[in-house]
Design a protein around this ligand. Structure first.
Ligand SMILES: [Zn+2]
Length: 344
């Protein structure tokens, strides 16, 4: 597992790791930051650094900057590119795993259609694998999480969006066009809110952090609602987010509790579909569930029986991720392991 100072968003390096000379490189490309790390097969992370995505203005400057970052980190732990065993890249979706390409993620327009695998394979001459961030996180849960090696496991990001990744019989389900387990766009209500994907009433429109924030901001503004949520956002409507909601729920704020009941009901509905589809033994929830804990898990478990068959519900553990913020590093490392295992 990671060193204890990895969760605070700051870079860190451990002192010399001279006895160890096999490196896996993990890369996590996000809309705000790009992370690169050096780790090993057991999930130990030896160095991790971040750079801001926006100033790079796209892959032309961005990709060499990531390569430079990796070289610098290797040097700092007394290693060189020859010590790299494999590279894994977690990218926002949609992606083409076969082509090793990021396709058209809405929050990274400058990076559209970037051939990530080709670049890093040329740069370091090591096996490289990429996947979308939710699939990468599901693999990280499978390799390193609390439900490690559970052969039937589904991970839901439960963060800004609602990404999903499914492991079935020990294998990540990819689908013909790499969008299997794209749970965020399961339609929960055909008359529901418009989703940017073109459908109405998608799971993500009810349970994604960004959609929740938009809904609360609009309602609080239009109806001048007096709520702790606004207080927790320092009175700034634009700053209201899912974290403010979770904290207001913990303080028993009446408006927050109303939003929370709708949210947990819809979350149970979405999870119910997942349980009927994949019949997993573990259903692991990311960010919002990590922050909310039992405030989220208890009502979801209560509602779940209305949305899936009892045996499916009874045979599945619904839990918050034990990996937490280290998911960025471990997602890349889990893909690097995949790259390594694909070698003859
Ligand atoms: Zn949608």
């Amino acid at each position: 597992m990671l060193a204890s100072n990895s969760g605070n968003g700051k870079d860190f390096e451990l002192p010399c790791v001279c006895v160890w000379n096999m490196a896996l490189i993990g890369i996590d490309i996000g809309g705000t930051k790009i992370l690169a790390c050096i780790g090993d097969k057991t999930g130990k992370i030896f160095a991790s650094k971040r750079i801001a995505t926006k100033p790079l203005k796209g892959p032309q400057k961005g990709l060499p900057a990531i390569a430079e970052l990796i070289r610098k980190m290797l040097q700092e732990v007394n290693m060189g590119p020859k010590d790299i065993q494999a590279i894994g890249i977690s990218s926002p979706g949609p992606v083409s795993v076969k082509k090793g390409m990021m396709l058209t993620p809405p929050n990274l327009p400058e990076w559209h259609n970037t051939k990530l695998v080709e670049f890093f394979e040329k740069e370091f001459e090591k096996p490289t694998v990429m996947n979308n961030d939710a699939n990468a996180a599901a693999l990280a849960e499978y390799d390193f999480g609390g439900s490690q090696r559970t052969p039937n496991l589904v991970y839901l990001t439960c963060s800004t969006g609602m990404g999903g990744g499914a492991i079935v019989e020990g294998k990540l389900v990819q689908g013909i066009s790499d969008v299997a387990a794209e749970v965020g766009h399961f339609v929960l209500d055909i008359q529901g809110p418009q989703c940017p994907c073109g459908q109405r009433g998608c799971f993500e429109e009810y349970c994604g952090g960004a959609a929740l924030a938009r809904k609360m901001q609009k309602e609080i503004q239009e109806k001048s609602i007096n709520t702790k949520i606004l207080e927790l956002a320092q009175g700034n409507i634009g700053k209201i987010d899912a974290a403010c909601l979770v904290n207001a729920v913990k303080e028993n704020d009446p408006y927050a509790r109303t939003i929370w009941s709708e949210f947990t009901l819809r979350l149970a509905q979405g999870i119910g579909v997942v349980l009927m589809n994949f019949n997993p033994e573990a259903l692991i929830l990311g960010t919002i569930a990590i922050h909310a804990g039992d405030y989220l898990l208890n009502p979801v478990k209560e509602h779940l029986i209305n949305f899936a068959w009892k045996p499916n519900v009874l045979s599945c553990r619904v839990e918050a991720s034990a990996i937490g913020e280290e998911i960025s590093e471990l997602s890349g490392i889990a893909l690097a392991i995949q790259a390594l295992e694909a070698q003859p």
